[in-house]
Ligand binder design. Structure first.
Ligand code: KG4
Ligand code: ZN
Length: 344
């Protein structure tokens, strides 16, 4: 395939969930700007994302975020060869705000509009670098573990045009499990980064939480049972601590560092399942390159433990730079570049 007619500079736009983002990416890999306006503080008060609130905020800030992305990249809209828009999946009201804005901008300036799948874009985020950095050489085929707030899947990526999802979650996504567990522990939203940070101080062996479907032959995941187990344990601990609050010795033994240790033990269970299933899938498929994508791939314990598991068996592991793990528009532009037709 020849690349010379692909759009050189792509403006990516992302409004699938609670981040309003725009980025300019050159040749599908080099990030000239990456602007993300997070609504996390806005949704904190509700303990989760409210779609109508998210869409109203997108409407308000998207034009400003796009202008900022162009300015930070040192380009004008006339210099943009294509606009890549995250079309699905996502919160319907949030998606329509982004799509209406992107298509208006593309039509008004006679620019090619490319519809991008948000999940495929997470996988493409693996290639992104800032200007001056070396572009990674990642051999195809590879197996990608995508772990975000809405999705958990294993994808066999043959090349940038062909990929196949071989496993999904049956219920909660990994990120959702982090967010719900954080809520149970009263930590706030989004839960993933908070549990990640807190777990560094915790004892991950203190509570033996289930590792759902870890021995299941297939590539499917399930996390809702784990969340329920955490909920049950927390309720039990709350009762026990109340009953023994006057017995200093027993109280101390039962109730000291409970939140931290529950967080660490929960995180360990998720990480163990993700690693075991991913490595087993790679072995069965005969693929020795693994990549990770999505918000949960920012998790330090997952990165560390998956890294050790891969190096023990001589597999290569790649994950995106931190700024390209969580929802961003540079990955939308990267995927737009890969799927752009050559007629532009
Ligand atoms: O990919 P992403 O930004 O948005 C979706 O497409 O869903 O992922 C967001 C999810 C949230 O559930 C958040 O709690 C989780 O990623 N997350 C983490 C970490 N950072 C973000 N989970 C575990 N550890 C982290 N460090
Ligand atoms: Zn995402």
């Amino acid at each position: 395939m020849t690349n010379h007619r692909k759009p050189k500079k792509i403006l990516g736009i992302e409004t699938t969930c609670d981040e309003t983002a725009a980025a300019v990416v050159e040749n599908g890999r080099i990030v000239l700007s990456n602007i993300i306006a997070s609504q996390a503080n806005l949704h904190k008060q509700y303990g989760g994302i409210v779609p109508e609130v998210a869409s109203r905020k997108h409407l308000e800030v998207l034009p400003l975020v796009v202008d900022e992305a162009l300015e930070a990249a040192g380009v004008k809209i006339e210099d943009i060869d294509a606009i890549a828009i995250a079309k699905e999946p996502g919160l319907p009201p949030a998606l329509s705000v982004g799509y209406a804005y992107a298509s208006g901008l593309a039509n008004g300036n006679q620019i090619l509009l490319i519809d991008v799948n948000h999940l495929e874009a997470h996988i493409s985020g693996i290639w992104l670098v800032r200007k001056g950095e070396i572009i990674k050489e990642i051999p195809y085929p590879f197996l990608c573990l995508s772990v975000s707030g809405g999705h958990t899947s294993l994808t066999l990526v043959a090349n940038d045009q062909n990929s196949k999802i071989i496993g999904n979650t049956l219920d909660d996504a990994a990120g959702e499990a982090f967010d719900k567990t954080a809520r149970i522990l009263g930590l706030g939203y989004p839960g993933g980064p908070l549990i990640d940070k807190l777990s560094k101080e915790g004892d991950e062996t203190r509570y033996d939480f289930p590792r759902p479907m870890i021995h299941d032959e297939g590539f499917r995941f399930s996390f809702s049972g784990l969340k329920t187990a955490v909920q049950r344990e927390v309720l039990k601990l709350e009762n026990e601590c109340e009953v023994h609050k006057d017995n200093t010795e027993l109280y101390d033994e039962l109730c000291r560092n409970v939140t931290t240790d529950v967080a660490a033990s929960f995180q360990e269970a998720v990480v163990d399942v993700l690693i075991e299933k991913t490595v087993r899938a790679a072995e069965q498929l005969g693929i020795n390159t693994i990549t990770m994508a999505g918000g949960v791939s920012a998790n330090t314990r997952l990165r560390d433990k998956m890294g050790r598991a891969c190096s023990e068996i001589g597999y290569e592991l790649f994950y995106p730079k931190l700024e390209f793990c969580l929802d961003n528009a540079a990955m939308i532009a990267a995927r737009g570049y890969e799927i752009s037709s050559e007629k532009c």
